[in-house]
Design a protein around this ligand. Structure first.
Ligand code: IPE
Ligand code: IPE
Ligand code: MG
Ligand code: MG
Ligand code: MG
Length: 295
């Protein structure tokens, strides 16, 4: 499956939006802005923005109204990646096929670039005119993104991930950690588009179950690729998890069990949106891509 076949013009859309909302590299303090742009632009699968647009397509929300949420969520994701790679965390040197931010710049600049990406995401959500939505919709998306990234969301999940190094978690503990560190931000990608359609959308619960399953599959697949993927294709150092004795699905239960789990989750996710007809096809394709990808 080629990624271009499931992303339509969405990669270009979000790239252009990110370029517009990030301060120019010439703008002072230049080195900080350079590090922010380096970490966000020209790389990554943009799977979260693609999920925003694909959900919008399924529910009849035009992409022009979703550029703000798509860009804001990607900014938060980029912040999480910069911190994830720091020596104090996963200590990785390669990200998106390039040196990690703290390698390309320095640790302090990387930390500050991530710090600045986070409020920029909220600034975009608070001010973006193209969202053309009621204030309560905007506020709901801001609330969801904040909750998804805080201490009971992604940041909390990252904390659990670090303290689980060298430990044997059970399936429920592992699932909780994956849900927090990865699932929650993926979930906002879908919910932002659902809320843009209708705060009380009839598909809200089904879409939530869909992305919960896809989110878990996404992180298990990430762990499988860390073992089986090629460094050039994944753009990250293969074997990084084993090197740090990370608690991962394939490490604890075996790679075949992990693969079967992603297939089960994909089937469960697709069943949740089976009644949504042809407009949900892009969303189905993205879900299949997440489980079958090599990047
Ligand atoms: C990597 O996310 C971090 C995880 C949550 C597993 P992605 O695989 O989406 O990374 P990019 O954005 O494509 O680089
Ligand atoms: C990352 O999990 C989760 C984040 C919140 C960034 P990983 O540590 O497995 O992500 P990669 O493999 O470095 O992208
Ligand atoms: Mg990590
Ligand atoms: Mg990592
Ligand atoms: Mg990983």
């Amino acid at each position: 499956m080629k990624y271009e076949d499931v992303t339509y013009d969405w990669l270009n859309r979000v790239e252009a939006k990110l370029d517009r909302v990030l301060p120019a590299a010439s703008c002072a303090p230049a080195r900080l802005h350079e590090a922010m742009r380096y970490s966000v632009l020209g790389g990554g699968k943009r799977i979260r923005p693609v999920l925003v647009y694909a959900t919008g397509a399924a529910l009849g929300v035009p992409p022009e109204r979703l550029d703000g949420p798509a860009a804001a969520i990607e900014l938060m994701h980029a912040f999480s990646l910069i911190h994830d790679d720091l020596p104090a965390m996963d200590n990785d040197d390669l990200r998106r096929g390039k040196p990690t931010a703290h390698k390309a710049f320095d640790e302090a600049t990387a930390i500050l670039a991530a710090d600045a990406l986070q409020p920029l995401a909220f600034q975009v959500l608070a001010t973006d005119a193209s969202m053309a939505c009621e204030p309560n919709v905007r506020l709901k998306i801001i609330e969801e993104l904040a909750a998804a990234c805080g201490s009971t969301g992604m940041t909390g999940g990252q904390s659990i991930d670090l303290s689980a190094e060298g430990k044997r978690l059970n399936a429920a503990e592992l699932e909780n950690m994956y849900n927090l560190k990865t699932g929650r931000l993926l979930k906002v990608s879908v919910l932002a588009a659902v809320y843009s359609a209708d705060l009380q959308h009839p598909q809200l619960d089904a879409m939530t179950r869909f992305i919960d399953a896809v989110g878990l599959a996404f992180q298990i697949k990430d762990d499988i690729l860390d073992i089986e993927g090629a460094t050039e294709t994944i753009g990250k150092q293969q074997g990084s998890d084993i090197e740090r004795d990370k608690a991962t699905w394939p490490a604890l239960f075996g790679i075949e069990v992990a693969r079967e789990k992603t297939e089960e989750l994909l089937a469960a996710a697709l069943a949740e949106i089976s009644s949504m007809g042809a407009p949900a096809d892009p969303l189905r394709q993205v879900a299949r891509f997440i489980v079958n990808r090599e990047m």
